[in-house]
Design a protein around this ligand. Structure first.
Ligand code: GA4
Length: 332
């Protein structure tokens, strides 16, 4: 008897969570919530970055109209015929991507657009993203990136103050720099068409973000989970009017490990589509990243070697999503 093996398709590689046990949900008592207008915000932010590397911000000052406008533009783009979307891909790393994440074989139940915040680095792929709905989409992206850069800088200034660093722009100036290597990711975790396909799949596998800070906003569909200190996963209840902040690898290094770059993932429930938009605040490519001398004056106490952001980035693009990327930059 001839046994025909299943043809290998991308879908075979997307992990389904077979006996999906819901993980505990972070409640408003456990998830740190920081009101940016609270005079105690800086202390609360430092505590949250030490404890979780993650928190939610309210009273951030970004108009909900802008968030829903960009979300709508993203939905319109993802609703285009596949052949048109493919004209903006594959991502390198900017542009439209479908199911494949990064260049090293990671897959997920996701399609996305990755855009560089620096218009000078715009590529033909990114121009193709805007080809179908030119003006409004581009404007929404630009406005959103500008606002989110401000939110990131405000938070980083509070971090600096909370840590007692004299120059409060020590961290924020890297993101505010016109050469800052920041980017915006628009993710769509689609629903499944076939009834049999409707299960929980790994949308975006576990990873840490390489940059300084990430600011995430999603629609009201659940899926985001973070890994807490004891190694267990907890679900973050969605909240479309707030932002979720992640500490990235570069901030872990600059605080000499005092802040933890949070491991997170998205499990997509294919019955409801999820849209998320994440601003990644990164330094200029030539910026030297090392523990801040104002926090750790003696180099002997540094846990990490100094590296440029460009070196870290090229090393990240050689890694798999779930790899521990900082290991290579730790001092022996
Ligand atoms: C994770 C955080 C951001 O989404 C991202 C991702 C990037 C990509 O999708 O192009 C990476 C991933 C992320 C880390 C390791 C490398 C690079 C895919 C990948 C396998 C845009 C980023 O900066 O790093």
């Amino acid at each position: 008897m001839v046994v025909l093996s299943q043809p290998a398709t991308l879908d075979n590689h997307i992990s389904v969570i077979p006996t999906y046990k819901p993980v505990p949900v972070l409640t408003s008592q456990t998830i740190p919530v920081v009101d940016l207008t609270d005079p105690e915000a800086k202390t609360r932010i430092v505590k949250a970055c030490e404890e979780f590397g993650f928190f939610k911000v309210v009273n951030h000052g970004v108009q909900s109209e802008l968030m829903s406008r960009l979300e709508q533009e993203a939905v319109d783009f993802f609703s285009l015929p596949q052949s048109l979307k493919n004209q903006a891909g594959p991502p390198e790393p900017y542009g439209y991507g479908n199911k494949r994440i990064g260049p090293n074989g990671d897959v997920g139940w996701i399609e996305y657009i990755l855009l560089n915040a620096n218009p000078q680095l715009s590529s033909p792929k990114t121009s193709a993203v805007f080809r179908q709905s030119p003006q409004i989409f581009r404007e929404a992206v630009e406005e959103y990136m500008k606002e989110l850069r401000e939110v990131s800088c405000k938070v980083l200034e509070m971090v600096a103050e909370g840590l007692g660093i004299e120059a409060r722009d020590t961290l924020s100036k890297m993101v505010r720099d016109e050469k800052s290597d920041s980017c915006l990711r628009l993710n769509h975790y689609p629903t499944a068409e076939e009834e049999a396909e409707k299960n929980v799949k790994v949308g975006f596998g576990e990873h840490t973000d390489p940059q300084i800070i990430s600011v995430l906003r999603s629609n009201n569909t659940a899926g985001l989970q973070i890994c807490v200190k004891d190694g267990s996963w907890v679900a973050v209840p969605p909240d479309h009017s707030s932002f979720f902040i992640n500490v990235g690898d570069a901030l872990q290094v600059m605080t000499n490990g005092r802040f933890k770059s949070v491991k997170h993932r998205v499990l997509a429930d294919t019955r409801r589509s999820r849209i998320s938009m994440i601003y990644f605040g990164g330094p200029p490519l030539s910026e030297k990243i090392a523990p801040l001398p104002s926090l750790v004056p003696k180099q002997d106490d540094w846990l990490y070697k100094e590296f440029t952001w460009s070196q870290y980035k090229s090393s990240a693009y050689k890694s798999k999503l779930g790899d521990y990327r900082l290991g290579f930059f730790e001092k022996q």
